[in-house]
Design a binder for this molecule. Structure first.
Ligand SMILES: NC(=O)C1=CN([C@@H]2O[C@H](COP(=O)(O)OP(=O)(O)OC[C@H]3O[C@@H](n4cnc5c(N)ncnc54)[C@H](OP(=O)(O)O)[C@@H]3O)[C@@H](O)[C@H]2O)C=CC1
Ligand SMILES: CC(=O)C(=O)O
Ligand SMILES: [Mg+2]
Length: 576
C-alpha cells in the first residue's frame, strides 16, 4: 500500500511506502531468469562490502530495507555484528548529522509544534493505525552525544525500530518512527539551506509540555495498543516527561531506564568476576559516574535500587555511588542542582557538613580535589601525593574541553605507568558515551592502562585485541540489548504501564543470558548474534514481572508455564 504522506516542509508530493508486505511474486519475464535467493543474499553482502565509507553502507542498507525488507532483515539477523555498527551506533550518528543533506524519501512520522491543536489529524494520516504496537519518539534534542540535531534526529528512531524488528521480531508494519519538530538551538542547522525542520529556536518548556500533553493523548487515541519509547530527549525533558506520563500510558525512557538496565546487567557480571578475583564482596565496589545526565543518573538509580533490594541499607548503597558532572562532584550544598540531580538526592553526597564554616572552600575542595581523588580506586592512590600537586593535576584535568579528554587524562594518571595494583585485580571501566568518537576511552587505552586486566564495556563497539598473547573481548554496554526484549514483553502482556520492576526484570534476564562458554571467555554481555534468543528470554521475564505488578492485560498468559510462555513469545516473533 502506498499513501501520500507529505512532510509539512516538503514542496513536492512524495509517497511513503509501507514496508514490508511479503514480496509479490513478479510475473514471468519481469526478473532475471536466474535470480536465486541465496545467491542474491551473497550479491547484497558483496554490494554492501564494496562501499568504502560507513555512511555509504548506511545509505545502501536504507535502500535495501525499503525495496526488499525481507532481504534486509534476513541479512541483518545473519550478520548482526557487521550490521549494528552501520544501522545503529556509531554510523547512525553520522546519518543523523547528515540527514537533511542525504534525505531521499519520507520514512516515519513528523509532528511539528505547528501542528499543536491538530495533532490528531497528523497521527491519523498514518496508514497502519490498527497495526501500530511500538513507537520510538525523539525530539532530536540530544542525539547520542552529538547534541541538538533537531529534525535530523529521525534516523535514531528508525534505527532503534530496525533493532526491534531484527532483535525481537516485532512486525515491521507495527512500528512507527516519530520525530517531533520543536525547533533546534543549533545555529548551524538554522543556517543550513538544506535543513528539513522548522527554522526556529526550541520552544520553552511550558509550551512544549502543552504540546506533549496533546501528543500523548492523541497517540493513545489513535493507537490504543501502542507502547512508546522516549529516545534522546535532552536530560531535563527526559526526566520530566517520563515522570509525567509513565503512570498514564505504557511507555519507558530508553536513555534512563534502558541504559540503567543494560549497565546493571553488565555490572552484575563484571562485579562477579572482579569479586571472585579479589575475594572482596560486591558491597566493596565503589562506582564513579563521569557525567550526571539522563544516562548517568538513570544507571545510578538502577544500581541504587538493585543494591537496596539485595540487602544493603540505603546509606550503604549511597556510599558506593559517586556522581561527577561538569562542575565536579555532585553533592548536597554545592548550590542549585538541576532537577534530575536534586530529586535523586539520595544519590547526592551529603558531605558538606564537614566544612560548616567555609562553604566556598568546601565547594572548591570537593569539586576539584576530593572527588577525583576519593573516586580513584584506593589501590591507585599515591599516599605520598602532596595535596597541592594533586590539586594542580586535578585542576588541569578539569580545564579540558570535554568529558572525553578529562576521562582519558584521569585514567592515564591513575595508571602512572606503574604496575596495576593487586588490590584491584579486575577494574571495571564502562565508557558508555556514543558514538565511538565520543567514547571516554578506547578499548586499547583501557587494556593498556590496566595491563590487560580491565573488565570493559562501551556504548559503541570496539574490536577485540590481543594483549600479551591473550585475546581480549570488549563488551558493548548498549541499551540495544534491553529495549527489544523489554518492548516485546510489554507489548505481548498488553501492559497498561511499564514498571521499574519490569525494567529490572529485563536487566536480570540479560545478566543471566550468558552461556557457559561466554562466561568462560569472561564476557560481560552475550554475543549479539544471539539477540533473538536473548530478547525472548528477557520478554518472558518482563511479562512475569508485569503480571506480578498487575499491569498486564492479557490474562491467558498467566496460566502458562514458563516453557509455554517462552514458546508463546517465540511464536509471536516475525521472521523475514
Ligand atoms: N551506552 C548506552 O546504552 C547509552 C549511552 N548514552 C550516551 O551517554 C552520553 C550521555 O548521555 P546523557 O546522560 O543523556 O547526556 P547529558 O548531556 O544529559 O549528560 C552529560 C553529563 O556529562 C557531564 N559533563 C559534560 N562535560 C563534562 C566534563 N568536562 N567533566 C565532567 N562531566 C562532564 C554533564 O555535566 P552537567 O550536568 O554539569 O552539564 C552531564 O552531567 C551520550 O554520549 C549518550 O550517547 C546514553 C544512553 C544510552
Ligand atoms: C544508545 C543510546 O540510546 C544513546 O546513546 O543515546
Ligand atoms: Mg538514546
Amino acid at each position: 500500500m502506498t499513501i501520500v504522506l507529505t512532510p509539512y516542509w516538503s514542496n513536492g508530493v512524495q509517497k511513503l511506502k509501507m514496508a514490508p508486505q511479503p514480496p509479490p511474486k513478479p510475473a514471468h519475464g519481469l526478473t532475471p531468469p536466474m535470480l536465486d535467493d541465496e545467491i542474491h543474499a551473497q550479491r547484497c553482502m558483496a554490494q554492501l562490502r564494496s562501499k568504502d565509507k560507513d555512511i555509504e553502507k548506511y545509505i545502501y542498507l536504507s535502500g535495501l530495507k525499503e525495496h526488499d525488507p525481507h532481504m534486509f532483515y534476513r541479512l541483518c539477523l545473519a550478520h548482526m555484528p557487521e550490521f549494528t555498527p552501520i544501522i545503529y551506533t556509531p554510523t547512525v550518528g553520522q546519518a543523523c548529522q547528515e540527514y537533511s543533506k542525504n534525505y531521499r524519501r519520507p520514512e516515519g512520522l513528523f509532528v511539528s509544534i505547528k501542528d499543536k491543536g491538530k495533532i490528531r489529524s497528523v497521527l491519523r494520516a498514518w496508514p497502519k493505525l490498527d497495526d501500530a504496537r511500538i513507537s520510538v519518539v525523539t525530539d532530536g534534542s540530544r542525539i547520542l552525544g552529538l547534541g541538538d540535531l533537531g529534525i535530523n534526529g529521525m534516523p535514531i528512531s528508525i534505527g532503534k525500530l530496525s533493532l526491534y524488528i531484527a532483535g525481537a521480531g516485532i512486525r515491521p508494519h507495527s512500528t512507527i518512527p516519530i520525530c517531533l519538530d520543536l525547533g533546534t538551538n543549533t545555529q548551524k542547522y538554522l543556517d543550513d539551506p538544506l535543513y528539513l525542520g522548522l527554522r526556529k529556536k526550541r520552544v520553552p518548556t511550558a509550551e512544549m509540555t502543552e504540546f506533549m500533553d496533546e501528543f500523548m493523548y492523541e497517540m493513545s487515541q489513535a493507537f490504543p495498543k501502542l507502547l512508546i519509547q522516549f529516545e534522546d530527549f535532552s536530560t531535563d525533558h527526559a526526566f520530566l516527561y517520563l515522570e509525567r506520563y509513565r503512570n498514564q500510558y505504557p511507555l519507558f525512557n530508553d536513555d534512563i531506564q534502558g541504559t540503567g538496565a543494560v549497565v546493571l546487567s553488565g555490572f552484575i557480571n563484571a562485579a562477579r568476576l572482579s569479586s571472585a578475583a579479589s575475594g572482596r564482596p560486591l558491597s566493596s565496589h565503589r562506582i564513579l559516574f563521569f557525567g550526571a545526565g539522563s544516562a548517568g543518573v538513570g544507571v545510578a538509580m538502577q544500581l541504587m535500587s538493585f543494591f537496596t533490594l539485595n540487602g544493603m541499607s540505603e546509606q550503604e548503597a549511597r556510599e558506593r555511588i559517586w556522581l561527577v558532572d561538569s562542575q565536579g562532584l555532585v553533592y548536597a550544598g554545592r548550590g542549585e542542582l538541576a532537577e534530575h540531580k536534586e530529586s535523586n538526592v539520595s544519590l547526592v553526597r551529603r558531605v558538606v557538613f564537614v566544612f560548616p564554616i567555609y562553604p566556598l572552600l568546601a565547594r572548591f575542595f570537593l569539586s576539584l580535589t576530593l572527588a577525583p581523588h576519593r573516586l580513584c580506586p584506593p589501590g591507585l592512590r599515591r599516599p605520598s601525593d602532596p595535596g597541592s600537586a594533586r590539586r594542580a593535576r586535578v585542576r588541569q584535568t578539569h580545564r579540558a574541553d570535554g568529558p572525553v579528554d578529562v576521562f582519558r587524562r584521569v585514567l592515564a594518571r591513575c595508571n602512572r605507568g606503574a604496575q596495576w595494583p593487586p588490590s584491584i585485580p579486575l577494574p571495571i571501566i564502562f565508557p558508555l558515551s556514543n558514538p565511538v568518537k565520543l567514547s571516554e576511552c578506547t578499548f586499547e587505552e583501557a587494556v593498556k592502562y590496566t595491563d590487560g586486566k580491565v573488565l570493559f564495556a562501551s556504548g559503541s563497539p570496539f574490536h577485540e585485541m590481543e594483549w600479551k598473547g591473550k585475546m581480549l573481548y570488549p563488551g558493548q554496554g548498549n541499551n540495544m540489548y534491553i529495549f527489544p526484549g523489554l518492548g516485546l514483553g510489554a507489548i505481548l502482556a498488553r501492559c497498561s504501564s511499564v514498571t521499574d520492576s519490569m525494567v529490572e526484570a529485563s536487566s536480570l534476564g540479560l545478566a543471566n543470558s550468558l552461556t557457559p562458554q561466554e562466561e568462560a571467555m569472561g564476557l560481560l554481555y552475550p554475543a549479539i548474534d544471539r539477540i533473538r534468543e536473548i530478547s525472548a528470554g528477557i520478554a518472558m521475564q518482563v511479562i512475569r514481572s508485569a503480571q506480578d505488578a498487575g499491569v498486564d492485560r492479557h490474562p491467558e498468559l498467566r496460566a502458562m508455564s514458563d516453557s509455554e510462555l517462552l514458546a508463546f513469545v517465540n511464536s509471536k516473533m516475525w521472521n523475514p
